[in-house]
Each structure stands twice: as C-alpha cells, then as structure tokens.
Design a protein. Structure first.
Length: 99
C-alpha cells in the first residue's frame, strides 16, 4: 500500500501540536487563539466570506477524503506555526536568534 505524504505530514504536525499545547500556558493559548482569529478575520476582509463546512464534525469523523485530509493538514500546520511562535517551542530553533 502506497503511503500518503499528506497523511504523514498531518500526523507529524498533529504530534508537534500536541507537544506544544501540552507545555503552553493559559496566556499563551489565549494569544494563539487571538492570532488565529485575526488571521481568519484578515482572510474574510481580503477575500470575502466563505461558507465553511461543519468543522467540529470534521474533527470527529473516522474516514476522510483527500480534500478533508489536506484541510486538516493545513490547519494543523497553521496551529503549529502560531504555537511555536508564541511559545518559542520548536527544539531546533535557536534560543537566542541573532537580532
């Protein structure tokens, strides 16, 4: 059976997100939520309102198609990016970047 690279990426991002969420403080999580809300609002102002699928249901399903898998991967990648920025949480990033 051929491995799906999108599924592998999604799983990797999900694991990283879990690690970052576990060590984030309540204040950091609030900041992450606010940043993601601003990104969403910026998108709406730039491109207009888009009808969204029932995203809560998407997180509960056990079988998904390729489009849903790509959406989950992209959303989890965005979450990891914001979490890592807010928590300085990725191990391979320098602790004191050159200014």
């Amino acid at each position: 059976m051929k491995k799906d690279p999108v599924l592998a990426e999604f799983k990797a991002y999900w694991r990283i997100a879990d690690e970052l969420l576990e060590k984030a403080t309540k204040e950091q999580l609030s900041t992450v939520a606010r940043i993601l809300a601003l990104q969403s609002a910026h998108y709406v102002r730039t491109y207009g309102e888009l009808p969204l699928p029932n995203l809560v249901e998407l997180l509960k399903i056990t079988e998904i198609g390729q489009k849903e898998l790509e959406l989950l991967r992209d959303g989890t990648e965005a979450l990891v990016g914001v979490l890592a920025t807010v928590t300085n949480g990725l191990e391979d990033e320098p602790k004191n970047p050159v200014q």
